[in-house]
Write a protein of this length. Sequence first.
Length: 54
Amino acid sequence: MKVELNIMSSLIGSKNIESDFDLLFNKYPEIRKCLPLLIAVREKEIKVIDNGKN
């Protein structure tokens, strides 16, 4: 998970964090596994809404 966290750290100081996150997520989908750690969620499953879809 160290590599994924380093990828996410590239967002620090971003002027447009949402679009930069989208670009990172599309290029490196494996960063998904570090999201619970970053948002302090203890559950294994996180529901995400994508373009209005469940």
